[in-house]
Design a protein around this ligand. Structure first.
Ligand code: NAP
Ligand code: GDD
Length: 336
């Protein structure tokens, strides 16, 4: 039986990847941080499975990572752990680098010293392209990161490539574009929009307050995006792959679509910080801008080209942004 070790197992992707690998008959091990309250809500349904095991650890603690890897001797490691919020990385840049950059080095260096071949997946990101003017972005597009998060992830991208070339490690970068789901953290924009729109629709809230409405992202469904993580590690040779839908949607369009699904038509008026979204029927302002949600340096537009993954991994996305909105709304409504 193959063994996988997942860092970031309590996160959105960690939970879907665990389900996927269990369905492939893996024994799944995960690194979980000690927390003052429970942090396992996304994986609670897996805890009774005897092929699913958790180990306390932290990406900043190399002695602990070393013990975990040596104890399990996994066939594959999926490094999903990260301080994953771009805006927060401006507040805690040092910690973000410790986890998102050096954490990757710590794991790679443990693998390098093992006799056993341990394949490694790194959660790289479309944020690496940052300020790019090339559309859509593929594996050859130059990087131009715009945040402490993206710069930490750039270090990880390159250290994966370097260890692959220098020490012949089987290590891959999955350059994943934004992917969302009902399990998305509430401070990311899609989940925030959906949760608040549902509250506004049911009269439990008055307004949705956002930052930059013009940002364009290529939003896919997280459940579709874990299979290619595994596919990359099943190839004969390690390589790097873009995973994306190829379709860009602005934050403003995402808001319009979400409210439309709930039966509210939004009319936009004003510009910049004064832009407002008005409920066409009641004429009430239901969307406003607050500069506290703007970033010191913004990434305007990310749209990916995943032709390489399509050709070499035989992977393509299954879910459109409209279907994603429907999945997220239906799930939120069911649980409220
Ligand atoms: P997420 O929901 O924020 O999950 C992050 C995970 O990392 C959580 O399990 C978290 O644990 C763990 N973690 C954070 N700091 C840690 C530390 N110091 N030591 C150990 N674990 C730590 O993120 P996600 O959306 O699933 O994303 C997974 C990975 O893909 C991340 O590396 C992210 O940067 C990257 N990525 C995400 C996207 C996307 O659109 N979702 C796109 C490209 C790349 P707690 O539960 O204890 O906080
Ligand atoms: N979070 C948030 N909150 N974002 C907002 C808001 C708001 O109120 N208003 C507008 N936005 C804009 C952000 O400025 C950004 O341009 C866009 O919405 C998406 O923001 P997030 O959902 O926070 O995601 P992200 O694109 O910054 O980062 C996510 O995707 C990356 C891949 O491109 C994260 O999952 C990263 O970990 C991931 O690497």
């Amino acid at each position: 039986m193959k063994k996988a070790l997942i860092s970031g197992i309590t996160g959105q992707d960690g939970s879907y990847l665990s389900e996927f690998l269990l369905s492939k008959k893996y024994e799944v091990h995960g690194i979980i941080r000690r927390n003052s309250s429970f942090s396992t809500s996304r994986i609670d349904h897996l805890l009774s499975n005897n092929k699913f095991k958790l180990h306390y650890g932290d990406m900043v603690d190399s002695t602990n990572l070393n013990s975990i890897v040596n104890k399990i001797l996994p066939d594959e490691i999926y490094n999903l752990a990260a301080q994953s919020h771009v805006k927060v990385s401006f507040e805690i840049p040092d910690y973000t680098a410790q986890v998102d950059a050096l954490g990757t080095l710590r794991l790679l260096d443990i693998i390098r010293k093992q006799k056993k071949t341990i394949k490694f997946y790194q959660a790289s990101t479309s944020e690496l392209y940052g300020n790019t003017k090339s559309f859509p972005q593929n594996e050859k597009t130059p990087f131009s990161p715009r945040s402490p998060y993206a710069i930490a992830k750039l270090y990880s991208y390159w250290i994966v490539k370097n260890y692959r070339e220098a020490y012949n490690l089987f290590a891959c970068n999955g350059i994943l574009f934004n992917h969302e789901s009902p399990r998305r953290g509430g401070t990311f924009v899609t989940k925030k929009i959906i949760e608040q729109a549902i509250k506004i629709k049911s009269g439990k809230a008055e307004e949705l307050i956002l930052g930059n409405l013009n940002a364009v992202r290529d939003w896919g469904y997280a459940k579709d995006y874990v299979e290619p993580m595994w596919l990359m590690l099943q190839k004969k040779q390690p390589d790097d792959y873009v995973i994306a839908t190829g379709i860009g949607t602005s934050v403003r369009e995402f808001v319009t679509k979400t409210f439309a699904y709930l039966g509210i038509i939004i009319k936009w008026r004003g510009k910049g910080l004064n832009e407002q979204g008005i409920d066409a029927k009641t004429k009430k302002v239901i969307v406003r801008i607050n500069k506290k949600y703007l970033r010191p340096t913004e990434v305007d537009k990310l749209i990916g080209n995943s032709s390489k993954a399509k050709k070499q991994l035989n992977w393509k996305p299954k879910t459109t942004v409209d279907e994603l909105i429907e999945i997220m709304i239906n799930n939120s409504q069911k649980n409220n």
